[in-house]
Design a protein around this ligand. Structure first.
Ligand code: RIB
Length: 309
């Protein structure tokens, strides 16, 4: 079976649901809170595993309760954690998440903790286990030199490489050249391309910039509007799915990327894999939380067949 190896951070998400953010010096009453597993890498690993992928997760946690508590949920989702290392000194990271309880929109501060120590030496054993055709996916929450080196080595080993450039950061040219697939959202595409991206037409222009820098294909996520997919030979808008109620958009991009990776590992063509990822993303916003909100394969298949949640 084609494997999916995901490099990224795991943190504990503490999400507060409230009608608005407090101002500095102000206290407001919130509506709800959730504490649970998060980090873009961790969320993508769970999404890909629940979508049916054979997932290996590479991260670093602290020698603390947060780090230990991560293990049981990973095991329940069948995620291979042989390459998860533990720091003796740094704590497991955490994220503060504000969710607007009226719209489901979010704002996040994430501190990677022990995952800030991830070096290419921590990742190399997992890269050595890659076979040609496996999928390797990463984001920009782990240290940039580690991410860039891992992408290059994964590509050299014949893996299909996916870079989800989140959160946006200035990238060396090598990062673009090492990415078979590049998956920014609109704000990340804008930051990386250097002009506003607010819809399919601007997303296509940004995607052209990334193709010129050497990525193989670009999928710009546009929220409910879907995904602008651009390859060297075609540009298509893959529509999103409609859901009855959006309760929490946090982790929707991770859901999309995890689903996309699982679909590519199954051998789906790129446009079908993007549609599959769209279904995973749409389902994830119908429930609160990040990793816990990732849907099961049965739900994804139902949405793909019926076209709605
Ligand atoms: O994409 C959502 C994730 O970003 C959250 O789980 C939070 O931990 C941050 O990493």
């Amino acid at each position: 079976m084609t494997k999916i190896t995901i490099l990224g951070i795991y943190v504990v998400d503490v999400a507060f649901f409230a009608p608005r953010l407090p101002r500095i010096g102000e206290t407001i009453l919130g509506d709800d809170f959730r504490a649970g597993p998060g980090g873009k890498g961790g969320n993508q690993a769970v999404a890909a595993a629940r979508a049916g992928g054979a997932v290996t997760f590479v991260t670093r946690v602290g020698d603390d309760d947060f780090g230990r508590q991560a293990r049981a949920p990973w095991a329940a989702d069948g995620i291979d954690t042989r390459f998860v290392t533990t720091s003796d000194t740094a704590p497991t990271g955490a994220a503060f998440i504000f969710v607007d309880s009226r719209t489901g929109d979010n704002a996040i501060i994430v501190t990677p903790g022990a995952a800030r120590e991830l070096t290419i030496e921590h990742v190399r054993p997992a890269l050595a286990a890659l076979a040609p055709g496996d999928v390797f996916m990463t984001q920009l929450e782990a240290p940039l030199p580690t991410v860039v080196a891992a992408l290059a080595e994964a590509k050299a080993r014949g893996a299909t490489t996916i870079l989800n450039p989140a959160p946006a950061a200035e990238l060396p040219d090598e990062a673009f050249r090492s990415s078979d697939l590049f998956t920014p959202n609109e704000s990340e595409a804008a930051a990386l391309a250097g002009f506003p991206v607010d819809g399919p037409e601007a997303a296509a222009r940004a995607a052209a910039v990334f193709l010129a820098k050497g990525v193989g294909a670009v999928a710009v996520t546009l929220g409910p509007a879907g995904v602008l997919l651009k390859t060297p030979t075609a540009t298509v808008l893959v529509p999103g799915f409609t859901v009855p109620e959006v309760v929490d958009t946090t982790g929707a991009g991770d859901a999309f990327n995890g689903g996309l990776a699982a679909a590519l590992a199954e051998g789906m063509p790129l446009d079908a894999a993007v549609r599959f990822g769209n279904a995973v993303g749409a389902l994830s916003v119908t429930r609160r939380g990040t990793a816990p909100a990732m849907p099961a394969r049965t739900e994804i298949d139902r949405m793909l067949a019926e076209g709605a949640a």
